[in-house]
Write a new protein. Structure first.
Length: 437
């Protein structure tokens, strides 16, 4: 049975509904459950942004949980199981930190389309007036005059009090409205540790560029078992080198076809969406594919770089400053090298079927003109998990406490990412280093 009390013939605007979804996703109930957040964002986007009246279980299984198009929902119940858990967390949110939300949402059982309603608390009970008392004898004229004068004075006092109360109420309402607007436009400011980190990107007065991997470049290298220099990539000379190599016509044709495409991994696209949700105002935030980026922007803007040098050559410019670097072996398989292992650490961290690794680094630009975030993983899921770590108030604040500091310094961290089919991805710090400016 629904706990909502919708106002009759009233429905919230789509922008207010989407803002509610973002607050719900950032709440303590969902911020550490990336797959449930993705589930929530997917069905909300299909409903609010795309106007879909029905979202099918199989569609969610494919788009959110990575199932093949032909998977059997009768055998694999991952969508239904996660939907049940998501409904519980949505209800818990409105019972706790979201109790004052003016808009409510639910995902009714038997459907995957969210329902949004304006919320009104239960009305106050009506108190019946008391029965009239018996008629009293008339008062003397002097007493009546005194009483009228007293009532007049009381009336002016009450009116003055009401005016003052209304003015105060207006100020409070304006303050609440401004605070709510700020939370909608700048949700990162309500999370102390996350806000301290991301303020250097969103509140620095300069633009911030998100540079995604060039997956077509990665595939071309893997197909030809070749690695190129940054200069070859910048000048596009690597295509000339490929055409001159002794490959079959079919290989040359495939390389040319792939090189002409702009490809992106699903995990990276989701991560870009999460960063944009942290800054929905979109102020000074720009997204590029690595092949679209240029040296003039590199020297001017803050940077958020996804991937390793083999998939995003721009990250190669900063590898010499890192202790943990993702590197590909002769079989083109990624692992993480620990260049100066400390006690209890490994020299190389090699992923398995259920364990991947991510490296996240927060660095100053060499000329101190801005900040850099590097996020690279041995898999697409690991890269996304690395970004989730940087967006999680719980994990960042725990890391800050681990460092015994009042504010996060520049750092790099190696994360162990565990992903088992049908369960949420989890990440934990395997090793870390701090950097001086």
């Amino acid at each position: 049975m629904s706990l909502l009390t919708p106002i009759e013939k009233a429905s919230p605007e789509a922008d207010a509904c989407w803002a509610l979804v973002e607050r719900l996703a950032a709440s303590s109930h969902l911020r550490r459950a990336p797959r449930l957040r993705e589930f929530l964002f997917y069905v909300s986007r299909r409903s609010l942004r795309e106007g879909c009246q029905q979202v099918h279980e199989q569609e969610i299984g494919v788009e959110v949980f990575g199932r093949p198009d032909t998977y059997d929902t009768g055998i694999d119940n991952i969508v239904r199981a996660n939907a049940t858990e998501l409904r519980k967390r949505i209800e818990a949110y409105f019972e706790t930190e979201g109790a004052s939300e003016p808009v409510r949402m639910e995902i009714p059982r038997g459907s995957y389309v969210p329902v949004f309603s304006l919320y009104s608390p239960d009305p106050e009970p009506v108190i019946e007036p008391a029965a009239p008392a018996s008629i009293a004898p008339p008062e003397p004229a002097a007493a009546v005059q005194d009483r009228r004068s007293g009532l007049l004075r009381s009336g002016w006092e009450i009116a003055g009090g009401l005016i003052l109360a209304l003015a105060l109420a207006g100020c409070v309402a304006l303050w609440i409205q401004n605070r709510s607007m700020n939370r909608m436009l700048y949700p990162w400011k309500s999370m102390p540790t996350v806000g301290a980190l991301w303020s250097g990107f969103f509140d620095s007065g300069r633009s911030t560029d998100i540079v995604m991997e060039d997956d077509s470049y990665l595939l071309v290298q893997n197909l030809g078992k070749e690695t190129f220099t940054f200069n070859d990539y910048l000048t596009r000379n690597y295509m000339v080198i490929l055409r001159s190599q002794n490959f079959s016509p079919e290989i040359h044709s495939a390389q040319a076809l792939i090189a002409g495409k702009t490809l992106a991994r699903a995990g990276e696209v989701r991560l870009v969406g999460k960063i944009q949700a942290l800054n929905p105002a979109g102020r000074n935030l720009h997204v590029f594919n690595a092949r679209e980026y240029g040296p003039d922007l590199l020297t001017r803007d803050n940077l958020i770089l996804f991937g390793s040098p083999t998939s995003n050559p721009w990250t190669g410019l900063f590898q010499s400053r890192l202790n943990f670097t993702e590197e590909a072996n002769s079989d083109r398989q990624s692992s993480v090298t620990n260049h100066a292992p400390e006690a209890g650490e490994q020299a190389v961290y090699t992923p398995t079927d259920t364990v991947a690794y991510a490296v996240v680094a927060y660095l100053p630009k060499a000329d101190q003109s801005g900040n850099i975030l590097l996020i690279e993983g041995t898999s697409s899921e690991a890269t996304e998990a690395g970004g989730d770590f940087l967006l999680s108030e719980d994990q960042l604040s725990a890391f800050q406490k681990k460092l015994h500091v009042d504010k996060l310094p520049y750092f790099e961290a190696l994360l162990r990412v565990t992903h088992v089919t049908g369960t949420p991805i989890t990440e934990m710090i395997e090793a870390y280093r701090t950097h001086r400016p």
